[in-house]
Design a protein around this ligand. Structure first.
Ligand code: HEM
Length: 462
């Protein structure tokens, strides 16, 4: 079995421009304001997590230790010993498939306000600094970070573009995009030998598809990837200063560019999804504010490529590690859709999310106070032996692979699930069909993020 090595994460977090500066457009906040925000939020959380790790909290250790993040499965088994919850560094945490699903589907739980875990004086000081002016993927008014009724209002505007029927219509174009990239890869193998699969393929398939859907010019793809990569860390709790500064500058630049772009579409609308959004916001009385419009556009753009890249690279690695499964797919290509669900289950691109109790409630008889945060570990629920027989085995023919919660559950269930499944299937199938001898070339590096799980670089030979 060939094994991809996973050295400690590199400090540079970009698929496209590993050490390059964040391309700037919008108004980034001043350095002192940024530093104050970081110190009062992520800086403080880092101190808390470090002290909990010293106090013996395994989950706190996982949040800080790249080696544990690379192989969290033994830790997840321990977490499952607590039922319905184990004790995490910030409170309740669950690794059970049924509990995760119940919490995510329950009306008693809403989006988690991460500031709640900070001490009251720090929260008050952050308020004094004033609201952040640019949008973020996981802060209101992003649909990912709001409860009903706003959530339904935002989601309704874009749902139609992501239905199974709409996605089926994109398959042929996705196959063309993948084929074009594989042609370029073939040339690169000849010229360069080893090529980074993430940068040259896994990142480019989803960003090209979503950019076309949204009507974003193709030349923007490297910039979008750099912004998305910078912003990806913002999902994590207790980011180091450098990642935080990079994430905030990326979000500010992304926001600035989107505002300009949407302004252009307002004057000269086209037939793409962003033009539709602009018109809907203006015409239908939906009351979508400029900030809501920018947040919705930013979320669907960024979510459209920042996660699927991990599905494709994680899938490639699992297949390198399991030649028997790869041979089975070559012999039975009808198994590809199921194989994609097995990758999502076995090596989930989004490892965890969280919810906050909206009122006093209970789960399995255990009280949860209003305002309490519950962390739901999707990647652990997907290895729950109560649902998946021999859960650590990677089996492309697993009959219930689809029962995973890699796309979450309940009202925030991934809007792009059908698109991600289609892209993952097209991209992986085309890759392994075109290059039957594809093999890792050594030097693979994991992404330095906790919530998003995937590869920063994955050198391969054709
Ligand atoms: C393998 C790829 C993907 C994975 C694993 C994934 C995973 C997730 C998860 C776990 C959530 C919910 C988080 C929570 O409950 O707190 C989510 C929400 C979301 N995803 Fe995805 N996603 C993927 C691809 C995509 C794509 C291609 C799009 C395209 C636009 C997309 C758009 C969204 C949006 C808009 C939401 C927010 C939905 C809401 O709050 O109602 N995702 N995704």
């Amino acid at each position: 079995m060939s094994k991809v090595t996973a050295p400690a994460p590199a400090s540079s977090p970009a698929h496209v421009a590993p050490d390059g500066p964040v391309p700037t457009v919008g108004a980034a906040p001043s350095a002192p304001v940024l530093a104050a925000r970081w110190a009062l939020s992520h800086g403080l959380l880092r101190t808390v997590v470090a002290s909990r790790a010293r106090g013996g909290s395994d989950d706190a250790r996982l949040l800080r230790d790249p080696a544990w993040q690379a192989e969290p499965w033994a830790h997840y088994r321990l977490l499952r010993e607590g039922r319905p919850f184990a004790r995490g560094p910030m409170g309740k945490i669950t690794a059970h498939h049924d509990v995760v699903t119940r919490v995510l589907r329950s009306d008693d739980f809403g989006v988690a306000d991460r500031a709640r875990v900070l001490p009251a004086p720090a929260r008050a000081a952050v308020r004094v600094l004033g609201p952040r002016r640019y949008a973020g993927v996981d802060s209101p008014p992003s649909m990912l970070a709001v409860d009903p009724p706003d959530h339904a209002r935002f989601r309704r505007l874009v749902t139609r573009a992501f239905t199974a029927k709409a996605v089926a219509a994109l398959r042929t174009r996705t196959e063309e995009i993948a084929a074009g990239l594989l042609d370029e890869l073939a040339g690169s193998f000849e010229r360069e030998g080893a090529v980074d699969l993430v940068r040259r393929y896994a990142a480019l398939v989803p960003v090209t598809v979503i950019a076309e859907m949204l009507g974003v010019p193709p030349e923007m793809r490297p910039t979008l990837l750099a912004w998305g990569d910078g912003a990806a860390a913002s999902l994590d709790m207790g980011m180091p200063w450098a990642s935080y500064a990079r994430a905030e500058r990326s979000l500010a630049a992304f926001d600035g560019w989107l505002r300009e772009h949407l302004r252009g579409l307002r004057e000269a609308p086209r037939t793409d999804l962003l033009s539709t959004l602009v018109q809907v916001a203006d015409d239908d009385g939906s009351g979508l504010t400029e900030q809501e419009l920018v947040a919705t556009s930013m979320l669907i753009l960024a979510a459209g490529f920042e996660t699927t890249v991990n599905l494709i690279s994680n899938g490639a690695v699992r297949l390198f590690e399991h030649p028997d499964q790869r041979a089975r797919l070559a012999a039975e290509p009808g198994l590809w859709p199921n194989a994609v669900d097995e990758v999502l289950r076995h090596d989930s691109p989004v490892q965890r999310t969280a919810r906050m109790a909206r009122r006093d409630t209970e789960v399995d008889g255990v009280p949860v106070a209003g305002g309490e945060i519950v962390v739901t570990v999707l990647g652990a629920a997907n290895r729950d032996p109560a649902v998946f027989a021999d859960p650590d085995r990677f089996d492309v023919a697993r009959t219930n692979a689809k029962d995973h919660v890699a796309f979450s559950s309940g009202i925030h269930y991934c809007l792009g699930a059908a698109l991600a499944r289609m892209e993952g299937e097209v991209a992986l199938r085309a890759l392994f069909t075109r290059f039957p001898d594809l093999a890792p070339a050594g030097g693979a590096v994991r992404r330095p993020t906790v919530i998003l799980r995937g590869w920063e670089t994955l050198p391969v030979r054709g």
